[in-house]
Write a protein that binds this ligand. Sequence first.
Ligand code: ZN
Ligand code: FE
Length: 237
Amino acid sequence: MLKVYTVLCRAGAMDNYSYILQDEATGETAVVDPSEPAPIIKKLDELRLQPKYIFNTHHHFDHTDGNRKLKELYGAKVVANKNDAGRIPAFDIGVTDGETFALGHTKADIIDVSAHTLGHILWYFPDDKIVFTGDTLFNLSVGGLFEGDAAMMFEALSKIKQLPDDVLFYPGHEYTAHGLAAAQRFIGNTPEMKEYLHLAQERLQKGLPVAPLPLRLEKACNPYLQPRTLQEFKHLM
Ligand code: ZN
Ligand code: FE
């Protein structure tokens, strides 16, 4: 089982989320998408944790800028898509679609969701039912198409939709507030949308991250997860 600690980075600017994971059985620790060193080091110190790994979802600087510093300080090994070896800072270990990677006794499934970038991966922990979606899936929206096309994003999102409803998802940014109005218009006043709004507003008002929410709610309320065909999906992108 994993413990997950959320660290807000680039607050008020890009509002990235980095995550500290600890395998409870062994104490082994990893950082998902270290956006910038300072807030993550502060949190690691507070928790008295030393990361063994850095797990990247994709190569963009706002997800990898902490790689070098954390490697230097803790000797953490950088694990990322092997196809991105040339553009992930301080790259060490390559993984690819369909493989698993162990953090202590907890295993992650690597799922390729190339679209936001080519080589973007999900870190999915099936036993804990949690998934780190980087810049592919946000609360009520999705990432832009920097390198892939709409068909690739449709395919990527269909892989996420196949994950169980009770999986909790952790996105790479706090973008909930941006997606709320459009989602309400698109989805209408359904029971799930009401539940989503209630949870999101409650957390935002307290200054807490909206994540994690279950994929059940995202599947019901995220406009980009509604289309059944690529044609319909293209109208949204
Ligand atoms: Zn990105
Ligand atoms: Fe990003």
